[in-house]
Write a protein that binds this ligand. Sequence first.
Ligand SMILES: CNc1nc2cc(C(N)=O)ccc2[nH]1
Ligand SMILES: [Zn+2]
Length: 373
Amino acid sequence: MAIQYEHIKTDKQTGARLGRVHTPHGSFDTPTFMPVGTLATVKTMAPEELKEMGANIILSNTYHLWLRPGEDIIEEAGGLHNFMNWDGSILTDSGGFQVFSLSKLRDIKEEGVHFRNHINGEKLFLSPEKAMNIQNALGSDIMMAFDECPPYPASFDYMKKSVERTSRWAERCLDAHKRPHDQGLFGIVQGGEYEELRRQSAQDLASLDFPGYAIGGLSVGEPKDVMNRVLDFTTPLLPEDKPRYLMGVGSPDSLIDGAIRGVDMFDCVLPTRIARNGTCMTSQGRLVVRNAKFARDFRPIDEACNCHTCRNYSRAYIRHLVKANETFGFRLTTYHNLYFLLNLMEQVREAIRQDRLGDFREEFFEQYGFNKP
Ligand SMILES: CNc1nc2cc(C(N)=O)ccc2[nH]1
Ligand SMILES: [Zn+2]
């Protein structure tokens, strides 16, 4: 089996699980956060730096790599691991989300989706079979089935038809998958905020026996209490012996609340995206380093952080670089933000080991300022 999930223990205070996922490119502890490397790079970070900060799995986007440089070039390089010099695990999404989020003009048919290239406007077509062929060429360790991620909100009737098509597409993905022994394929559960449809989607996909399951259709503008409610009734529907991956989620509070509800894997562009405009996540909440009050502040970004940035550079220096639009400034903020989330996940895993993730949530939320009205 290309992907193996090893359950280690469940937190006695919550539904959080401590586990390990084994892939052809190594193993990683769960719950885990996956840095996003959309175009075969986690923006401004070298692979060695990702390894140094504790990342074991990263995400890359099938849609973007298909358009640029093209999966044929990456296949010729020996696959994405060789192309980007990353020897850890790689998860690729299927392109479905980008088609629905980037392309205004699209036409969804049973055979697949017709849309326009968001860069040059050319007509394109993506189907379950095409999404599998691209990911097989990329050689990722974990592939995603081709699905529809409907907008939020969506009517029950629209969502029901969409879930049924996504389930038919999932079966076509399994049939089209050319490398099942060394590339794991996750099904993506849809259904919006409707419990009946989430149940139908989970049952359809569980019957196809995927090596892992993603929870899609969330982090698309719904309030956090809606996301948490959907997780409350969706994760219990998924097989306990398989990893659960919540797509597109990465704020510190959502990572903790997702883990509490039994999610094992997360990805989000948030830490790298906000770093590039000089915003940092710290144990005391968000810090906007370009703020004038840091001009003569020679403390580290976060005095509780042990990362390379915090051990060697000051707020004043990073503020100067960011205001001068110096690339090195964004490397420093990116390194810190990724380290912050990876370290947060280690603290979550340790809290599960000690059966106290509920207590940890209260402590972290208080210190970070999530409880402030
Ligand atoms: C940033 N939010 C987000 N929601 C997502 C949903 C999907 C999905 N396939 O439903 C994929 C990526 C996603 N990213
Ligand atoms: Zn730091």
